[in-house]
Design a protein around this ligand. Structure first.
Ligand code: GLC
Length: 636
């Protein structure tokens, strides 16, 4: 930096310090949280000067935040349940796959509005070395957009345009690791001790081998082990994910502070939802699994406080892909909340188990667990995302029904590859581990529902059946409380994309099978009711409209499951005020009867408008009903 620039920067810094905060807003928020933040910080780092630096920078980020964003913060502070309404619908996509560039996404906003979407998750778009990026999850610069996608200004333009249309924008904050090409990693590679201390470096294999005794592997096949040997430097570096993703050492307060500054820098670009990527992994201790350690929660709580002080309008979405007992603590407590939202991952995996077994028993139990949680806890519901589906099910319950873990996982993987159980699914395994016999699964929703196979075989009856299953699964997802998020392309039934196999940078990672580019040619057919796209899109749109219109879908509603006495039929009841909805879903390819007996009056089926009673309800194969209790004659 030139002397002149430095001087200007220093002057600006002084000026920022001097600007009086007219509203005292920052001070008020700061005072509210200061003691707790200081307590947590000192407990973890015992470093007063680094804490002072953090506080000073918080004020700078507050001052630098645009007025329009501050106004949004205030609006959301006044209505803290803004994201818990029944009109929320998300869509996730890679920018290049969806629209080429950031500007391209802006041009596609009308399509997203047509999809009723008011929340978009832009998959990783920060600078990341091509070919060694793990789908963008190896960030080499947290303040630079990948050149091929656009610039930071484009991002600000996009978030601004989205806000004008009432659309919130989500992005990933990959906080567990950086790319090996990140400036810190480069300096560490050169032997700079200050930067080496931001990662985990070991001179020999001794300590790494101790870690390996207790730390499971994330990618047992594509990236085995948790350490990478740097032959030139003659050091081991910790890499829980791919060898080019170096784990950050959050024991170093410099790492925490700098990552908070990166987080705030991004928040100030207009981001509304920050997805905390791989958050359970951020703290490491020998002789532990290095997952979900108590210090992780201290860090997430501090991050929540930091955002409450600087940018209270934003939401933290924790990526905790684990069993329910491990997920729920990331909400924190009602007095000391951590994440605003978490992925409903076990429900997602259990849903596909139900598709493969036509038995709703386990799903019913899982849903009852989720429905029994405090209503402040908001889940992000999804049928699939950019990652594989791991078979994290309640095997204790399954064992009682004679389903042993390994054999059942094998069945599910066989089923979804189309090899077993009268399956029409298509897809591929992911990280099949020869040692544990474990494997996860990849495929788009449409392919897993049979649209790919039926289309290939040009079997009209099978296509209809597959569409019915696909729509039923969406209807079931929409009936749960929380925010439903659709993976872009699923709304038009896009099938698996096998072209990744021809790209040497992707071929080893089968998750790319369900990350294909949006097929805009197919999307042109959404108004043609005879096409697969038109049928799916049209029916989803109708369901979305119902969800948005009917108050009973709000997150504060009371929700429970009801026994149907048919193993393939799931019944979910929602109640809000006087309103009551009985939703029925048939997970089998045979017509069924739900042996429920709600004798409290007449119901109207919200899709067909048909008047029905809610007892002994016949449901066609892969069919569903949204039965709303009729209150008075005028309502019908
Ligand atoms: C998250 C992402 C996944 C990525 C991993 C490592 O789990 O969803 O795609 O591989 O983090 O960053």
């Amino acid at each position: 930096m030139s002397k002149k620039k430095k001087k200007k920067k220093a002057q600006k810094k002084e000026l920022i310090k001097q600007i009086p905060d007219m509203s005292g807003e920052f001070q008020q928020r700061f005072q509210k949280f200061h003691d707790e933040l200081r307590w947590l910080y000192m407990e973890l780092y015992d470093n007063g000067s680094m804490f002072a630096e953090l506080c000073e920078r918080l004020e700078q980020f507050y001052t630098g935040r645009k007025d329009s964003l501050k106004a949004l913060d205030r609006e959301r502070e006044a209505d803290p349940n803004w994201y818990k309404q029944n009109d929320m619908l998300g869509m996730m996509f890679y920018i290049d796959n969806f629209a080429g560039t950031m500007k391209g996404v802006e041009e596609k906003l009308p399509y997203l509005e047509q999809c009723n979407v008011n929340y978009i998750h832009l998959m990783p778009f920060l600078e990341s070395p091509e070919g060694r990026s793990d789908g963008g999850y190896a960030v080499s610069d947290f303040r630079k957009v990948q050149e091929r996608l656009g610039t930071m200004e484009d991002l600000e333009d996009l978030t601004e345009s989205c806000h004008k249309k009432g659309i919130s924008v989500c992005m990933d904050f990959v906080m567990n690791h950086t790319s090996e090409e990140h400036e810190w990693a480069k300096k560490a590679r050169e032997g700079d001790g200050e930067y080496m201390s931001r990662y985990f470096f070991f001179e020999n294999a001794y300590i790494p081998s101790l870690y390996e005794k207790t730390v499971p592997q994330v990618f047992p096949t594509t990236a085995p082990g948790n350490f990478t040997w740097l032959s030139e430097q003659e050091y081991f570096v910790m890499t829980s994910f791919y060898p080019y993703q170096w784990d950050l050492n959050y024991k170093n307060p410099r790492v925490f502070n700098e990552m908070m500054y990166n987080f705030l820098y991004l928040a100030n670009r207009g981001i509304d939802i920050v997805r905390l990527d791989a958050v359970p992994y951020i703290w490491k201790e020998l002789n532990t699994q290095c997952r979900n350690l108590p210090q992780v929660h201290t860090i997430v709580r501090m991050m929540r406080i930091v955002s409450e002080i600087v940018c209270p309008g934003i939401l933290l979405l924790g990526e905790v892909v684990m069993e329910p007992e491990k997920v729920v603590p990331y909400f924190g407590t009602v007095e000391k909340p951590e994440c605003h939202m978490l992925y409903n991952v076990t429900t997602m995996a259990t849903t596909w188990h139900t598709v493969a077994t036509r038995n709703v028993g386990l799903l019913k139990k899982q849903l009852d667990t989720v429905f029994g949680l405090p209503k402040e806890y908001l889940f992000l519901n999804y049928l699939r995302c950019h990652d594989d589906i791991g078979w994290g099910l309640d095997y204790e319950m399954l064992a009682a029904k004679g389903m042993e873990e390994r054999a059942h996982k094998q069945y599910l993987n066989d089923y979804f590859q189309g090899y077993a159980g009268n399956s029409n699914s298509r897809g591929e395994l992911y990280n099949a581990d020869p040692v544990t016999g474990d494997a996860r699964f990849c495929g788009t929703t449409a392919s897993m529902c049979g649209i790919e196979k039926a289309g290939f075989e040009q079997d009209d009856a099978a296509i209809k059946k597959a569409i019915r299953l696909d729509v039923m699964l969406h209807a079931y997802m929409f009936v749960q409380s929380g925010i439903p998020v659709i993976y872009s392309g699923d709304e038009i039934g896009q099938v698996n994309d096998y072209s990744y196999k021809e790209d040497p940078k992707k071929a080893a990672d089968s998750r790319f099978i369900h990350r294909g580019a949006m097929n805009w040619k197919l999307a042109e057919q959404i108004s043609d009711e005879k096409s697969v796209q038109g049928k799916l899109f049209g029916q989803l749109k109708e369901l979305e409209a119902i969800r948005k219109r009917e108050q009973v879908f709000v997150s504060e509603a009371d929700v429970r499951t009801i026994e149907t006495w048919d193993p393939a039929v799931l019944c979910i009841e929602r109640r809000y005020g006087e309103e009551k909805l009985i939703a029925l879903f048939n997970f089998s390819e045979f017509d069924k009867t739900a042996w429920i007996n709600e004798t409290d009056g007449e119901y109207v089926e919200l899709i067909s408008g048909r008047r029905m009673t809610a007892s002994g309800v016949d449901i066609p194969s892969y069919g569903f009903y949204y039965l709303k209790k009729i209150q008075s004659a005028e309502e019908v």
